[in-house]
Design a protein around this ligand. Structure first.
Ligand code: ADP
Ligand code: MG
Length: 395
């Protein structure tokens, strides 16, 4: 277990410029925020800083502008939404995250006022972890707090190089909560510990499957990823998404599960469609998949099988949707496991961009013990990797 981090609660904030790195990387649809979960998740830390009389300087990235100013990726809609959510109702957006304009806005802040720096990734130096760029950011700060758990796995300037350049640094309330929950799952999960993994690709999640295999009692696999495992067992999976170059690896993972006595479950039935846009689903057992069909969701018997394990679990971690949930015809599996988790007596955690979106869409987020704002970060942490953004906060 890692040493406890210094918390924002330990800092003297009154009258000081607090550089607060947040994760406002929200999904946008033509300038409209489609899900403000990440903004809401940062509110307790922001309100805390305001109450303590800090001059709050918020910073975030949004999307992948690749080092150029891209108007569609301006934090403008985020500033507007944040102003609606804050008690003070006021957020000053700078025209750039560094330079004279930003320094002027920050220099004029009164105690308890909030500025939001424009998208950090409008500068390529951010993702390059450039020390000169970090120095420029440091000129806006008397103290530094990182609450951007979702960006903690990136060695970028605002999370890695910057903290060491500011006199005092600490973790925000969200960061601390995320790490507490994941530490518990990683180091002392209540058993039976059940992991539910789905989503698009085996390749992106092999590391986490291997790491989870060492720790869990049951490993339940759904989503497109399950097709590769079904194919590796020699089943016909039609035109389903399969990673041909991962079949051998899938086989060896299943052998490993068997040797270590892990209860490894694959779908027993699936929902089939003729294309990704199909409007209706046909249910089939996994040994009866038509050669022209695609498996786009787990079937009802599988949902029930997974739900039984979830209900009996001491703790459950879920990452990756069970099917193509963006299409309502193939959302049942993800909804079914989300509902089972919402009702389960054990400790329930969901992490991952799309799986969290599925849980929020279903209106079930409040019934989970924890909804992680960091997909990649939570997976890497559970795998046992050190996160650059967390390491940089060590005293
Ligand atoms: P997360 O963001 O939760 O980590 P991923 O990004 O790995 O999850 O995967 C999510 C994507 O996988 C979604 O777009 C979902 O539609 C897709 N997906 C899940 N199951 C299937 C399937 N059977 N066939 C095609 N796509 C799938
Ligand atoms: Mg995703």
């Amino acid at each position: 277990m890692s040493a406890p981090l210094r918390s924002i609660e330990d800092l003297d904030l009154e009258g000081r410029r607090l550089f607060l790195r947040v994760d406002f990387n929200v999904p946008l649809d033509g300038g409209r925020i489609t899900d403000d979960t990440r903004i809401r998740a940062a509110l307790p830390t922001i309100e805390f800083a305001i109450e303590r009389g800090a001059r709050v300087v918020l910073a975030s990235h949004l999307g992948r502008p690749k080092g150029e100013r891209v108007e569609a990726l301006s934090l403008e809609p985020v500033a507007a939404r944040l102003a609606e959510l804050l008690t003070s109702g006021e957020v000053l957006l700078t025209d750039d995250c560094v330079g004279d304009g930003a320094r002027k806005v920050v220099g004029d802040l009164r105690d308890g006022q909030v500025a939001l720096l424009e998208n950090l990734r409008f500068h390529a130096e951010e993702t390059q972890n450039d020390s000169g760029f970090a120095q420029q950011l440091a000129r806006l700060a008397d103290a530094y707090v990182n609450d951007a758990f979702g960006a903690a796995h990136r060695a970028h300037a605002s999370v890695a190089a910057l903290p060491g350049l500011v006199d005092e640094h600490a973790a925000g309330l969200l960061m601390i909560r995320e790490l507490e929950v994941l530490d518990r799952l990683r180091d002392a999960p209540p058993h039976p510990f059940v992991a539910l993994v789905g989503g698009a690709k085996v390749s992106g999640k092999l590391g986490v499957l291997e790491a989870l295999m060492e720790r869990v009692d049951s490993l339940l696999v759904g989503g497109a990823m399950a097709n590769t495992f079904l194919a590796a067992r020699g089943l016909e999976v039609g035109r389903s998404r399969v990673e041909e170059d991962k079949l051998a690896l899938a086989r060896s993972l299943m052998e490993r599960a068997e040797q270590s006595g892990v209860d490894f479950l694959l779908p027993v039935d699936v929902r089939l469609g003729s294309s990704l846009e199909a409007q209706d689903a046909q249910i089939a057992e996994v040994d009866a998949i038509d050669s022209q069909a695609m498996a786009l969701d787990i079937g009802p018997a599988t949902t029930e099988l997974f739900a039984q394990r979830i209900r009996a679990a001491g703790s459950v971690f879920w990452n990756g949707p069970m099917g193509l949930f963006e299409n309502p015809a193939f959302a049942e599996g993800s909804l079914g496991v989300a509902t089972a988790m919402a009702q389960a007596p054990g400790f329930t955690v969901v992490g991952g961009g799309d799986s969290v979106a599925a849980v929020c869409q279903a209106g079930l987020a409040a019934q989970f013990d924890h909804v992680s704002t960091g997909g990649g970060a939570s997976l890497q942490y559970l795998e046992g990797h050190r996160l650059p953004g967390v390491e940089a906060l060590n005293p």
